[in-house]
Write a protein that binds this ligand. Structure first.
Ligand code: PAF
Length: 520
């Protein structure tokens, strides 16, 4: 691993190789939490760009310390930092002196001021000017390092929100990745400042994660939980353990504004003094597990990417299109006119429709005890599914069943009306689409792979356009993009790239601390 101390050395190192560059800024005193960030940074973006090189910076930034704070005694040990960064997989460590970063001095330096709404609460209230200092130094570092990806710990949640906003507002060409908090076995979040604690204070400090974890348990399954009461209980528990509370606040995790209730995940954050250390920690209060809604027109490749995305994040995959196909299969099997709602309705009484994971990993669909996994993909079912799915009685029956399946959350549902009608409070809504020509190409490939005859390309395009029209113009729950959905156009993108974008969108909304990725 290379040690770089000047801007010139950094520049030379950057230019030596074209590999993607991932960046982990730190103030040193590195610990296993930093090592986890570096390790994550070594992972590729999976877009074929090659293995990234990871740069770690160590700079105790004077701009982010207030008067009377611990700038002078902040632990500094470049040798052990270099050893830890190297063993975690960093290719270089950038450890500049202040004069290297701010050659014009600090007095006249241009400073960045993140929005007041993001810094007037939580740590910002207790540490005025702190986030201006963080934003200024990180913008300066990004300007020098020019990484493709910036990795930050979720432990400093307010900092992560502010830096994400900085990157978005200034249009900086870097992806921001938050990584889950790393904890000691007893739950204490790792922090460079834990080393100030005596053994007695260390034992006392564990009251912080314990009180927060208790609040999280109390909120689970209770959308009407009283957030003020929960915060007050945490503060009381910290006081009883001998910690001096700075704040305990329940806010929206993204706007950092007070929030009325637990309809969506809530950040419960706390800071408390334990002897010489100021400890911070948080939990995400949720009344259910997260839900992702992926809607879009037929043939946009939703099933393949949704399945892969669900597996990557340990979410259950709910293919609602398969449910409509299964009912269409039943309609055909019973010889019922697919356009006649009154004839279709009786088939929905006592309907036993089950989705499960097949032994081979794919999704199995059974209707009234019969396995129809393959049969529902036939061109005949494809041709009639939009007509059957347009009936109010069909939509009502299946929407009811889907909502029951989603009561506890923890799923990705894919369909036409998930974000608008089935799960309007999903944490992430995506409208996945592609041009008609691209979808016709994909449909031809799929039919070929399944051994069905492949119509002419123009005919496939016409079928797809007609299905789009039917889906978008039906009276009940038509296919439309939810106002708060993100549109993702997949033309020219491979499956891996689309899944990568979905993961990025999910992580911007649902932190790893709230929903960790399953261990491989
Ligand atoms: O989180 C930290 O260590 C610092 O605030 C950072 C992001 C390196 C800026 O000095």
């Amino acid at each position: 691993m290379q040690l770089l101390q000047t801007r010139a050395e950094l520049l030379r190192w950057r230019q030596a190789e074209p590999a993607p560059l991932h960046f982990v800024p730190t103030m040193g005193a590195l610990h296993a939490g930093h090592a986890a960030l570096v390790h994550r940074a070594t992972q590729t973006a999976s877009t074929g760009a090659g293995l990234p090189r990871v740069l770690v910076s160590v700079f105790v930034n004077p701009l982010q310390f207030g008067p009377g704070e611990d700038f002078n005694r902040y632990p500094r040990n470049l040798e052990s930092d270099a050893a830890l960064a190297a063993s975690a997989g960093a290719a270089a460590l950038f450890a500049p002196e202040p004069a290297e970063l701010f050659p014009g001095g600090e007095a006249e330096l241009t400073r960045l001021v993140p929005p007041d709404s993001l810094q007037r609460g939580l740590c910002g209230r207790q540490r005025p000017g702190h986030f201006n200092g963080v934003a200024t130094v990180v913008a300066r570092l990004l300007g020098l390092v020019r990484p493709q990806r910036l990795l930050l710990g979720e432990k400093d949640w307010q900092q992560l929100v502010i830096l994400r906003r900085l990157v978005a507002d200034l249009g900086l060409p870097v992806q921001v990745w938050g990584c889950g908090t790393v904890r000691e076995a007893d739950g204490l979040a790792l922090s460079s400042r834990n080393r100030y604690l005596s053994p007695e204070q260390r034992a006392q400090a564990v009251a912080l994660p314990r009180a927060l974890a208790r609040a999280r348990e109390q909120a689970w399954g209770r959308p009407s939980a009283n957030l003020e009461a929960l915060s007050a209980e945490v503060a009381a528990e910290l006081g009883q353990a001998g910690l001096v509370v700075d704040y305990v606040e329940a806010v929206d995790p993204h706007s950092l504004q007070p929030c009325p209730g637990l309809g969506r995940p809530v950040l419960l954050a706390a800071a408390a003094h334990c002897g010489p250390s100021r400890l911070i920690d948080h939990v995400f209060l949720m009344s259910r597990q997260p839900i992702v809604a992926i809607d879009g027109p037929a043939g946009a490749g939703k099933s393949t990417v949704t399945r892969a995305f669900a597996e990557r994040l340990g979410l259950v995959y709910l293919d609602t299109g398969a449910m409509y196909r299964a009912v269409t299969w039943l309609v055909r099997q019973r010889g019922v006119d697919p356009g006649d709602a009154t004839a279709v309705a009786p088939l929905l009484e006592n309907l036993d429709l089950r989705l499960s994971t097949a032994a081979a990993g794919g999704q199995q669909v059974r209707i009234n005890g019969q396995d129809v996994t393959e049969a529902i993909r036939s061109p005949e079912v494809t041709a009639q599914v939009s007509a059957v799915a347009a009936h109010g009685c069909v939509r009502e029956a299946l929407t009811r069943q889907q909502r029951v399946m989603g009561e506890r959350g923890g799923l990705v549902a894919e369909g036409r009306d998930i974000g608008t009608a089935v799960f309007p409070d999903a944490e992430l809504k995506v409208f996945l689409t592609a041009t008609v020509a691209e979808r016709a190409r994909r449909r031809a490939k799929d039919l070929e792979q399944r051994g069905f005859p492949v119509p002419e390309h123009a005919e496939l395009e016409a079928q797809i356009a007609s299905r789009d029209h039917q889906d978008a113009s039906r009276t009940v729950a038509p296919l439309t993009q939810a106002a708060d959905a993100v549109e993702l156009i997949t033309d020219g993108l491979g499956i891996v790239a689309v899944v990568e974008q979905l993961v990025q969108l999910f992580r911007e909304r649902v932190p790893e601390d709230a929903w960790p990725e399953p261990q491989a």
